[in-house]
Structure formats: C-alpha cells, structure tokens
Ligand binder design. Structure first.
Ligand code: FES
Ligand SMILES: [Fe+2]
Length: 410
C-alpha cells in the first residue's frame, strides 16, 4: 500500500517543480524516508576531532535508531547501535562523553570499546558473551568527516572520497579543534531544510549578515558572474591555481557538490567585516584569500572550508515536521580563544543565518500545509533543488520498484 501510494505521488511529480505536498508533511512518508534514505545511505555524523581521545563518544539518532560513535583503544573511529544486547536499553545517554568501557545503566552489562560484551553479571554459566556484542555500524572517515551507514551493505563512497579529498585535504581538518557547536530544532520537514540550503535565491531578502561576504552565484558560469563578478572570479582562480588548490566544480552528479568560490571583494571569511575570524590560519596556509570550499552531500550534510576555519552542518530528521540542525565551527588546533579568535566574531554570521533559515523553512512548511499548495516552478538559480529532488525521487522510485526506478537506473 505504501509503495503504491509513493508511486502515485511520484507519478504526480513535475520535474523542475517542488514536490507534491505529502512528501513534505506526511507521517507515513516520513517513516519511508527514514527507511529508504537515512537507514541505507551514508549519514554525516561528526568530525574526528570531536572525539579526539580513546573512549570519547558522541551519540545521535538516525530515524528511530540511537547510535554511538566513539574512538576505540586503537585510536580508530567506530560506531554501534546504542541499544543494549540484554533487553535493549539505551547505553550511552548523554550527547557526548568519555568512557573507559560502555556500561548499560539498566543492569550493568559492560561492553569494551570494540563493542564486545565483557561482563554480564549474574548470567548463568555457559552464557555466550561473544554472541551478545553491540551491533556494529559501518564507518568511513573522509578528511576528518565521519560518515556512518546503518545498511548491511553500504553503498560505495569511493567517488565521493576521490572527488572531495583534493579540495578539503589542504585545509588539514585533522589539525583542528572544536571552537563551538550549536544545535537547533526547526519545525519543518528535513527536505525543506535541505532545499533551503541548496539555493541562494532567498539570500538577498533574508541574510544581511551572510551577504556581507558570501557571493550569491553558485557556479563560475552563472550569468551573475558575467555581470558583476568576472574580475573577482578570474583573480581568485589565478591565485588558487598558483597555490595548487582546486576550485572548479567537482563531478558529483546528484550525490555531492564540491567547489571553491571566492568571497565578496576584499572579504576573507564569514565575519561581519570580512576580515579573518581566526588569526591562526588552518594547515600551513599563509594566504588568507582562499574563498571557501563549499561541499554538500545528500542527504544530510553541507560544509564550508575556509582559510581560517571550517564549518560542518548536520541535518537529522526528528519527525515529519521537526528537524535538528547541528553546526560545528573548527579552528586550528593551536588557536587560542581570546588571543587568536573571538568566539562571538567567529560564530555570529552563521548563528544569525541559521536562525533566519529556520524561520524560512518553518514558514515554508506551514504554507505547504495549505489546501491551495501546488508544486511550484524552480527558478534557474534553484538548479540544485532540481538535483536534490531528482535524487530523492530516484531513491523513492527504487523503493517502489516503479518507473522512477527504471529512469534512475538508465
Ligand atoms: S538492558 Fe542493558 S543491562 Fe539490561
Ligand atoms: Fe539561507
């Protein structure tokens, strides 16, 4: 029934238009999204520098699935279902912490950091501890970014890894530390949060802080470039070519996007005056004018890699109309707060922008509830929404086994 219903909605979908309403507001479709997208694809979880020492852990929820991501005794990143193998209790109950071993608070079963069960008190002789380890989750680390996949057979990340590494690795994310983390909840469907992020058509009317520094075009051949930004683009490209830093758009199809774009003239970072937010530049950079590498990957992650800091954004759906957005600011590992950077200066542009985007997504969600809502046409500058909805329709089409699946496979 659900598959037929989704197939029917997909058949109503008009390419180049926003999605039919139920994809944004319906509880049953939300559960399908979790199953089809979030429990099968790679999900951005955190950066390795958020859990720097063995035993450091961080928890998150992927749909209904509690997950713990940790650094094990070998210094490697691992992830497990955060559900005890005794009677299923949550084990790690804080958002983050440090533990020598994972102890379930319910009846104190004890797990090693590799997930193996090492103590189950009062269980009878012959109880098979080896058969009751924590269920592992696939992990891949790409330039410090931790992606997890709940599927038994995860899809390949090879193209993504190869595509983004040359852009990101020079910023040396492994040599950073967390300066600040913000988590907000938006009363909007996760797809509206992503769609809002995928276009800057809304920027001029809504983001005064961001537009101090951000250029509104998304590609070097955008007509806006010809009109206003050609000199800036050419000078930036020549500088980055000289430094051996890639900048042209990577071939990510609908899966990911990676590009280096300049800031506005004379601007170097996301600050209210365009000057660097952190005086200690990342990596071994001496050149502050590196624009930003903008990297997005479906379904839940976008990032900016600058000369002086890194921003990660993580989107986790909570329900059909609630979505968590977590932002992490990373600076050089040796940067000192109050000396090299001021926290307010570092964070004010994106804290304001996130809140503005929250309002936009929430109003979008409310308006879609109207009985008068009809999918509307994307503007040319909203081409990335088209990529997103094609990708989403392909996923859902695969699930229903309908014609969308065949189109996606061709
Ligand atoms: S549920 Fe974890 S020890 Fe009982
Ligand atoms: Fe925005």
């Amino acid at each position: 029934m659900l598959k037929e219903r989704i197939a029917g909605l997909l058949a109503q979908r008009r390419p180049g238009h926003s999605l039919p309403r139920d994809f944004y507001v319906d509880d049953e479709i939300f559960r399908a999204d979790m199953q089809v997208v979030f429990e099968t694809d790679w999900i951005f979880a955190c950066n390795v520098v958020e859990i720097p020492r063995p035993g450091d852990y961080l928890t998150l929820k992927v749909g209904d699935n509690p997950v713990v991501v940790l650094r094990n005794r070998d210094g490697e990143i691992a992830a497990f279902h955060n559900s005890c193998r005794h009677r299923g209790s949550l084990i790690c109950q804080k958002e983050r912490g440090r533990a020598n071993r994972l102890v379930c608070p319910y009846h104190q079963w004890v797990y090693e950091l590799d997930g193996s069960l090492i103590n189950a008190r009062q269980m009878p002789e012959g109880f098979d501890k080896a058969a009751h380890g924590l269920a592992p989750i696939h992990v891949e680390v790409i330039c410090g970014m931790v992606y997890i996949c709940l599927a038994d057979e995860p899809p390949s990340l090879a193209r993504f890894r190869a595509g983004v590494t040359p852009y990101i690795a020079p910023h040396m994310p492994d040599r950073t530390k967390v300066a600040f983390t913000s988590t907000i909840v938006e009363e909007a469907n996760w797809k509206l949060v992503i769609e809002n992020n995928r276009e800057c058509y809304h920027c001029a009317g809504n983001h005064p802080e961001l537009l101090v520094t951000l250029v509104e075009f998304a590609l070097p051949d955008d007509p806006l470039v010809k009109a206003q930004f050609q000199g800036l683009m050419d000078r930036s490209a020549a500088r980055w070519d000289g430094l051996g830093l890639p900048h042209k758009p990577a071939e990510g199809g609908n899966e990911f996007r990676c590009i280096r774009l300049p800031f506005n003239e004379d601007c170097l970072s996301f600050t209210m005056d365009g000057k660097p937010a952190c005086n200690k530049l990342l990596a071994d950079f001496t050149e502050p004018d590196l624009g930003s590498v903008r990297m997005f990957r479906v379904p839940n992650n976008w990032n900016h890699f600058l000369s002086d800091h890194i921003l990660h954004f993580r989107v986790l759906p909570l329900s059909a109309n609630r979505t968590e957005v977590r932002t992490t600011w990373l600076v050089h590992e040796d940067a000192v707060e109050g000396v090299d950077y001021d926290l307010q200066r570092l964070t004010e542009v994106w804290l304001a922008t996130n809140d503005e985007d929250r309002v936009l997504a929430e109003n979008n969600h409310r308006g879609i509830l109207s009985r008068a809502y009809r999918p509307g046409p994307y503007a040319p500058s909203e081409f990335m929404l088209n990529n997103f909805s094609e990708w989403y329709a392909g996923k859902m089409g695969d699930f229903t086994g309908g014609p969308q699946a065949r189109i996606a496979a061709e």
